[in-house]
Design a protein around this ligand. Sequence first.
Ligand SMILES: C[S@@+](CC[C@H](N)C(=O)[O-])C[C@H]1O[C@@H](n2cnc3c(N)ncnc32)[C@H](O)[C@@H]1O
Length: 242
Amino acid sequence: MARIDFDGPVAAVYQSGRGAPEGGLDGWRAALGHYLPVRGPVLDLGAGTGLYAQLLRSWFGVRIVAVEPALAMLRQAPPEAARVVGRAERIPLAAGSCGAAWLSTMIHHVADLPAAARELRRVLPPGAPVLIRSTFPGDQSRIALYRFFPTAGAVLDTFPSVAQVEAAFTAAGFALHERRRIRQVNAATLAEFHEKVRHRANTTLLAIPDSEFTAGLALLRAAAATETDQPAVSELTLLALR
Ligand SMILES: C[S@@+](CC[C@H](N)C(=O)[O-])C[C@H]1O[C@@H](n2cnc3c(N)ncnc32)[C@H](O)[C@@H]1O
């Protein structure tokens, strides 16, 4: 079970609540350029609305297979991507059919991580990369959001740790190739950040009481009024396994 129902109301606001300004994800583009393009299609696992399907396609000219369990999310993915309803624990693709896999902020929703790792081993040929973008327990201070929503930040500590992810993938036959933090700009100003955050399109924000969400938004609004030229910046982790 995912932590939240992505077929519910969050699907309608996800695109408005996420994403980054022009150039805000350049760090990811540079980091992923060490792995992409690849010969076969890139499996975007837990693709959501296809935010990254679109970017990976434009950055690297790769073909994308977007696999996603929530129809309300998947139907927003770009039509250029092959769109397939499915989940990580049982990927509905043939053995060896993809050239790489991209898992962006979805690993904490996977109920059976060892099964997902085994499935990725099956659909990727030997040596093909699994590229995981995520936040992990202890990362709170690196994420712009949690300055304003500390109780949501505490939810991060319930996410799988790097060690748990690595163990699941190692057991399936992968080895950790690279682990690094990548800086990204979530919004060019705190006012723009507020415009995104108010949609509450985030698992940890949905886990806190409404009163705490409202209080955090007020804090963010106050900061935006004084820190007018401050961008919202975060560091997420890239785990690359082969
Ligand atoms: C926070 S969204 C991330 C979407 C997209 N990867 C992105 O970065 O914008 C998490 C996505 O994982 C999907 N998901 C949840 N459980 C999953 C599972 N077991 N296998 C694959 N995807 C899953 C959800 O439906 C949701 O679309």
